[in-house]
Design a protein around this ligand. Sequence first.
Ligand code: HEM
Length: 115
Amino acid sequence: MIAEGRMMVNKAEVDGVALARGDRAMRLLAAVNRDPAEFGAPEEFRIDRARNQHLTFGAKIQRCVGVPLARLEMRATLEEVLRRTPKIRVEYLEAMRLKFATTHSTLTSVPATWA
Ligand code: HEM
């Protein structure tokens, strides 16, 4: 998911832009999660970031209630892939293909080899 729509319930100012009650705004997660003020080397995939305040699951009152299940499913999937193909190796991060869309992007190709 890379963007979420919002309707303003209160007026606010964001980076000098005045937003009135009822205005529509879009939060670009793809940008927020790569904020260089928040993440060191934001373009690099680092699974072990010590501080990782990403907004992929939203925040505060609108935080995703499915986080534990989503994490469990992802862990089970990755563990099964690694169990079946222990020597899997993603060859070239640059060769991955991403299909962009307004709200969701999808990996369409992840070149890999395994023994
Ligand atoms: C990788 C997987 C997932 C991602 C990235 C994700 C992301 C999000 C995000 C960003 C929100 C907040 C939307 C907003 O601010 O308006 C949200 C809300 C929500 N998610 Fe997820 N989600 C995932 C998986 C799941 C799963 C597995 C479930 C349930 C089985 C789930 C159920 C919900 C529900 C019910 C809400 C609304 C919570 C509320 O409004 O209080 N999500 N999710």
